[in-house]
Each structure stands twice: as C-alpha cells, then as structure tokens.
Design a protein around this ligand. Structure first.
Ligand SMILES: [Zn+2]
Ligand SMILES: [Zn+2]
Ligand SMILES: [Zn+2]
Ligand SMILES: [Zn+2]
Length: 798
C-alpha cells in the first residue's frame, strides 16, 4: 500500500543487482540531486517504463461504461432487496464510470436519489435529483422523478414547493398526451394522494420538532502557542542531539487537555482492502467497494452521494466545491495519472501532492537552499553545536530546523521540507526504487503535457518549447528535475514521518441497534507539528481525527518538564518488546522507553505474552515453554507442541469467521450456536484471559443484540470488557469503545440506571481520548437525555 506494488519492487531490485559495482557505489553515495539526474538515464523506456505501464494496466482509474453497467445492475438488485445503503454505494460507483452529461450518468443519479429517499436523506435526495436533471435526464422518465421530488419536499415540510412540483408533473403528463397509459395513470393517482397529504399538513401543521434539550457543545479551553502553530501554549519546542526536535510540557497538563490541533499539510486517501457489502454476496471483481468509494477524496468526509471527477473513476468528492478545489490544487495534474499512482503506492502519491500543494516557487526556493552547502541541514549534530551548549533554551528555537527566521514553527512546506529524510540510513536498493518511481512520475507528467499544470503556469510559449525538448531528449526539464528531487526527499521522509489518519468505521452488522465500530486507516498524511513528537511504547497522549484534522490530547496527567510521547504503532499493550523493536527499525532508532527498558532488563515477560497464552488441554493449568509447552501442574505432565496449538488457534479463527458470515446473512440463530461451540472449544486450550476469548464474547453480545436479547447481550459484553481491560488498561480508548457498545445495549434493553452509569463511564474515558465534541460523546449525551426524559413510571420499574 505505502510502497509500490510487489512486481515493481522486484523489477527495481533486479535492476539494482544488474548494475556495475562502481555505478551502485556512485548511486549509494549520491546526494538526492545527483540521484535524480542518474535516475533519468536508468529508467529505460523499453524496460522499466514498459514494465510499469503493464502493471498500471491492472488498475482501474479511467472511466469504463461496462463497469458502470455492472454496478448499476448490482445496485438495482440490492435496491429490490431493500439494501438501500449498499445500492446507493453501487449507483455512486456506476456514476463514477459514466461520462458527464450523458443520459446514463443521469440515470445513476436518479436511481441513487431513490435509495436516498428510502434512507430518509431528503435534502441529499433533492441534490441528486437536481444532478440527474442537469446531466440530461431522459424526458420520458421525468414524471417519476418529479413525484419523488414532491414527496421529498413534503417530508421536509416545504409544502408550497411540493404543490408546485405536482402542478408541473400533471401539466407535463397532460401535454405528453399519454394519460391513458397505466404508468401515467398510477403517477396521477399518487400525485393526487400527495396533494391530499399536503392539504392535511397545511390545515394542521405539525408542531415544530423540539431541539434536543440539554445537549450543548462544550467549548474547550484552548490557548495557542506563540511559536508553534496549532500547539497549545502549555508545550514548548526543544532540540538536542539525542532526542532531535521534541515537545515538552511547559506546565502541568491534565488528562483530556488538548495539546495539538493540526490540519494535515497534505493527505492522500488510501483505497485499502475491498469491503464486503452486506447482502451483495458474490459480486464480480469490478463492483468491489473500497474506502476510496466511501470517503471524500479531498476532505475525507464520509460520502453519502458522491460527486465523481469528470475525468477519472477513482476520485470522488463530498460536494462540487471539494471537487473544484481539489482540481485547482492538485487533481488536474493527478487525474490522468491514477493508474500509475496506484501502482507506485501511496508514499509516491503523497510526495507528488506535497509538491503540487507547495507550488513550484516554494519547492525550488527550498531545494536551492538545501544545495547552498548548508551542512547543518543534513547533520543534526552539527546543527546542535551551532546552537551552542544550551539547545534547550527557548530562545534557541530560531535555529531549530524547520523554524522560520522569527523562530516560529508552522504547519508549512518549510516545516515539511525539514523533516528528516534519513537519506544516509535507507538501504541503497530502497533509495534506487524510490528514485526510479519518482522519475517515472515526472517523465509521465512531461509526456502528458502536464508540466505547465505542475509548475502552475498557463503560458503556451513555454509549452511549445516543452514539446521540442520531449522529442530530442529523454531528460527531464530543469524545473521537473527540481520537483523530482523534492519528491524523492518526501518519499524518503515518509518512512519515518507518515501519519496515518484513522476513523472508527462501522462494521456491517444485522441491524442498526448496536453500532459496532473498528478503527481503520483512511489516509496517509504529513502533519509537521505532530511529527515533532517522539515515539514511546507507553505514550502519554491520544490522537483522534476529524476529516483531515488531528487533535492530540493528554491521556494521563503530564507534569511540567516531561516530554510528550506519541506511539507510532507498536504499543506495549499490543506487542512484545522484540516485535516492537523489529517494527520500529523502519524509523532508524532503538526505543528506550520505560516499557522497553523494563521488559529488556528484567526477565519479566511482557503483559502481551502472559495474557495471550495457552492452557493445558487436560487440566487447564497454564502451559510453559517455547517450542514444546509443558503443563505447569506437576501432577499432570502433559506436553504439547506450539505448532499444534497454533494450528488449533487458526482453525478456531476460521470457525469464528464462518459464524460472523452467518450473522451477516441474517442467520443469527445459527450464528449463536456456532459461536457457543467456538467458545467451548477455545476454553479447552486458550487461557481465560486470551484476547480471542474476549472477542468471542463480543461477537456473542452482538448476535444476542440482533436477536433482541438485551440482557444476554449485556452479560457477554461485560465479560469482553473485563478481558479488554486486562489487555489495554481501564482508561484506554479500547475500553471506551466497549463501554459505548454496552451503553447502547443497556439503552435498548431499558436498563435505565445501568445504562446511565455506563454512559457516564464511557463519556469520561472517551472525552479524554476523543474530546467532548466527538460524535460518540454526542451520541452518548443524546442517549442520556432520552433516558432522563422517560416517564417516572418506567424509571421506577427498573
Ligand atoms: Zn469533501
Ligand atoms: Zn480525476
Ligand atoms: Zn518502547
Ligand atoms: Zn495439565
């Protein structure tokens, strides 16, 4: 995903191996500027470029009417089965493959409007009807859509407008002179029924819906730092050899306090794995849906009725505005490169978008500055010496890399440019791969005549000059060389500085009573301020995202003077120290955090290995050992090979997956039976605290919830919560999400007092991690308000 597809990686590796040793040495030692220059000659048209072109053919990024047809038919099928949300997604998919201004695309929008109407999204439905009309919806089909429009307006309480539309509809049918046809008759009948409804509503208007009482958005106390944009005034920026740049608490910080609020400098949506649509079963490969179909390509908001790009099928937006801004800023350059960018991976894509957003002037200013012999840039040690012996002094921030002349660190291209590329630490093969990939993008841009767009120049005289260069040489223009050099730098930086934007995504489940969510990676981004944070396996902050904005909150009290630590992924609760160190090697450092020191120095086994252990199949006592495990109960003397236990674990996971498929197919009764069987089986060889034991309980809770057995569901979820707490700690965000689920179950089961106390606990934990404005907190407050409004009689009964 992050890196290019495997075949291209192998191709580059073979290319590297085939080079003369002298040439390899030259490349390995070359500064970025020279690497790009050498790369132009090494990307041969008949070999590397041809291979890339072949690989790109596998990606669908252009418009394909056959795919459109497949998606629309699948959408119709799902619509017929009342799977409106899935149908809407497929109509969106279909629309993205049709050409703008054709009857075909207008039919996609009209069909989608019908699905949205059934889902109760009346405003969005009206937008889609307008979209259908603007793309030339066939006149003969118009009456049906007009009727839907009137129904929408009625539902929205816009009675006058609804009546007007019905007038238009009736006139149209009369003019067409097809009144006799059964379809028209049916439409006229519905129209007069709607008119009656409108009159009823006019004479007896519905009381205006009360705004939800008591739910106010609390505003947080926030004082921004003078010298770091987006950071709280309770932090300060420090710099030293050992830790590089880092942020430190300049006063005592409370849990839940916001520390950084930053908008991504750049972000690129990752398609991720394809998601199974509920009920769509065996869909053909080309109707598959990924995150790229569910979130706005630019702002990452969840899509309901996407606006497709006019030129490609992979960029979809939440609104025409987002589409226009994206086009202006970067997509006019990226649009035709879709398949190549998908092949080369998201790091290359982020690198390209970064230079496009920065603009040629700023890119070339910084690239030239980096050539100006400023050695400091490459070596933090030298830099530190320049800053004198007391680099921790606040006044020293003027010389800290990435700060501007007045000592301010901002979310700017300058800050991104100054993130460490670690060019000397990457393997030469890796640098070679990145260099070939970046040069391939730039050559493609030059040949597609996109250089003017890249350089943000409109002039045509420049373009004609360009044409002649293309014919005579395979060199890149000097301007594109500069862009390529910056891009190579960014690709290398991303390995250590890429920040994943994650969201809590709803998992498809039986019905909507209990929402099951799991965190998924949505995009890869540069956040220059967030990048100032060093890693720890036991971090003292939590990061949450809203669209492309990140918020960092303290997850525990942080005393003044303590460093702020972010976890780059390997958390002490998720991995053992050896796995963590392995995982962190990509960042070129060895973690010396407290958790790592404790685990390395003492012989204490990590919490992870202790809890995810096996138990004796015969007497259930714990098992000990590495390859062959022996029962800790001396009287028992059973021994088992780890291999056979792992095999059993795999089988069990397969069974659980099957049970979940049953649930998805709405066979909850069978799913319960299967899960209970899994639970018995698991108890025979897994320790009672094994994470999988908790997962089974969680799934059981979900199945019982779909069956409406709320008490049973709550019982299982409580057990799951105990296990999650053992693994992640009592105030972890994981516990917050589990409590949120429990609150929903108790709410649905009218267990009022338990629901209220669970809501309180969930609110406490989630507001620390996600903030009081997060949707989950809002939902919890709505549940609470609802429970408190229940008549006293209900409250007393429970
Ligand atoms: Zn958007
Ligand atoms: Zn496009
Ligand atoms: Zn660590
Ligand atoms: Zn035993």
């Amino acid at each position: 995903m992050a890196l290019p597809v495997e075949e291209w990686r192998l191709h580059a590796a073979r290319g590297w191996a085939a080079l003369e040793p002298a040439e390899r040495e030259r490349l390995a030692a070359a500064p970025l500027q020279d690497a790009v220059r050498l790369g132009c000659g090494l990307l041969r048209p008949e070999a590397e470029r041809a291979a890339l072109w072949r690989l790109s053919q596998r990606e669908t990024a252009g418009k394909d009417p056959r795919v459109a047809r497949g998606c629309r038919e699948e959408g119709n099928r799902l619509f017929g089965r009342r799977r409106y949300r899935a149908a809407a997604t497929l109509y969106s998919q279909a629309a993205s493959h049709e050409l703008p201004g054709t009857p075909e695309i207008s039919i996609c929008f009209a069909n989608r409007s019908a699905a949205l109407f059934h889902l109760g999204y009346f405003e969005v439905c009206l937008e889609d009807i307008a979209r259908a009309e603007s793309h030339g919806y066939p006149d003969r089909l118009l009456p049906k859509v007009l009727l839907r429009k009137a129904e929408c307006l009625l539902c929205l309480g816009r009675l006058r407008d609804a009546a007007d539309i019905l007038g238009v509809l009736e006139k149209k049918i009369a003019m067409d002179g097809t009144m006799a046809s059964p379809t028209e008759q049916a439409l006229l009948k519905k129209s007069s029924q709607l008119k009656i409804k409108i009159r009823e509503r006019e004479t007896c208007p519905e009381p205006p819906r009360e705004a939800c009482g008591g739910i106010q958005r609390q505003s947080e106390i926030w004082e921004e730092n003078d010298s770091i944009s987006g950071a709280s005034s309770s932090l300060s920026l420090r710099f030293n050899i050992e830790r590089g740049r880092h942020l430190v608490a300049s006063q005592d910080i409370l849990p839940g306090q916001s520390l950084v609020k930053e908008e991504a400098f750049v972000s690129v949506l990752c398609a991720g794995e394809s998601l199974l649509l509920p009920g769509s079963g065996e869909t053909a490969l080309d109707t598959r849906v990924t995150n790229a179909d569910l979130y706005c390509h630019r702002c990452l908001r969840q899509l309901l009725a996407s606006v497709p790009c006019r030129g490609c099928s992979y960029a979809k937006y939440c609104s025409q505005d987002c589409a226009d801004v994206a086009w202006e800023q970067y997509h006019r350059t990226e649009c035709s490169l879709g398949a190549l960018l998908l092949t080369l991976g998201v790091f290359c894509h982020v690198a390209l978008r970064t230079v496009l957003l920065a603009g040629f002037a700023e890119v070339s200013r910084l690239v030239e500055w980096s050539h100006s012999g400023d050695e400091n840039l490459r070596s933090p040690e030298v830099r530190c010496k320049h800053l004198g012996e007391s680099p921790d002094m606040r006044a020293g921030s003027r010389g800290i890399p990435g700060c501007n002349d007045s000592g301010q660190y901002q979310n700017s291209y300058q800050a991104v440019f100054n993130l460490l590329p670690h060019a000397e630490k990457h393997s030469p093969e890796h640098k070679f791969l990145c260099m070939l990939s970046v040069v391939a993008i730039c050559k493609q841009l030059q040949e597609a005549g996109l250089e003017a767009a890249v350089l943000n120049r409109e002039s045509s005289e420049k373009q004609s000059k360009q044409k002649t260069r293309e014919k005579t040489s395979d060199e890149l223009s000097p301007e594109l060389m500069i862009m390529a050099e910056a891009m190579l730098r960014h690709v290398l930086q991303l390995q250590c500085n890429a920040q994943a934007i994650t969201v809590m995504q709803e998992l498809e489940s039986g019905d909507g009573a209990v929402v099951n969510k799991k965190p998924v990676r949505l995009a890869t981004a540069f956040f220059p301020v967030l990048s100032l944070l060093n890693h720890s396996c036991c971090p003292n902050i939590s990061v949450s995202f809203n669209g492309t904005a990140a918020t960092v909150r303290a997850s525990q009290p942080i005393p003044s003077g303590q460093e702020i630590f972010h976890c780059y992924g390997p958390h002490q609760h998720r991995m053992k120290v050896a796995e963590r160190q392995q995982c962190l090697s990509q960042y070129f450092f060895e973690c010396r955090c407290q958790a790592c020191l404790d685990e390395l120095e003492s012989d204490v086994k990590s919490v992870v290995s202790r809890r995810n252990s096996f138990c004796c199949p015969s007497c259930r006592a714990s098992l000990q050992g590495e390859d062959v495990l022996c029962c800790s109960n001396e009287a028992c003397a059973v021994s088992v090979s780890r291999e056979s236990l792992l095999h059993r674990l795999q089988d069990l996971q397969q069974q659980i997956k099957k049970a979940l498929e049953l649930l998805r197919d709405r066979k909850a009764d069978q799913a319960v039976k299967m899960l209970l069987k899994c639970q018995r089986n698991a108890g025979n060889f897994l320790s009672p605290e094994h994470l999988l034991m908790g997962e089974i309980e969680d799934h059981l809770a979900q199945v019982y919830a779909t069956l409406g057995s709320w008490q049973e569901a709550a019982r299982h979820l409580e057990r799951s919560i105990e296990i999650v707490e053992l693994h992640h700690g009592p105030s972890s965000v994981e516990i917050g999400h589990e409590l949120f689920k429990l609150a929903q179950i108790l709410f649905n089961g009218f267990a009022v007092s338990e629901a209220l106390s669970t809501i309180r606990r969930a609110e406490e934990i989630l507001s620390v991690h996600c903030g009081p404005q997060s949707t989950q907190i809002q939902e919890l407050r709505e549940m609470k308000a609802c429970l408190l409004e229940l008549p006293r009689s209900v409250l007393q009964r429970t």
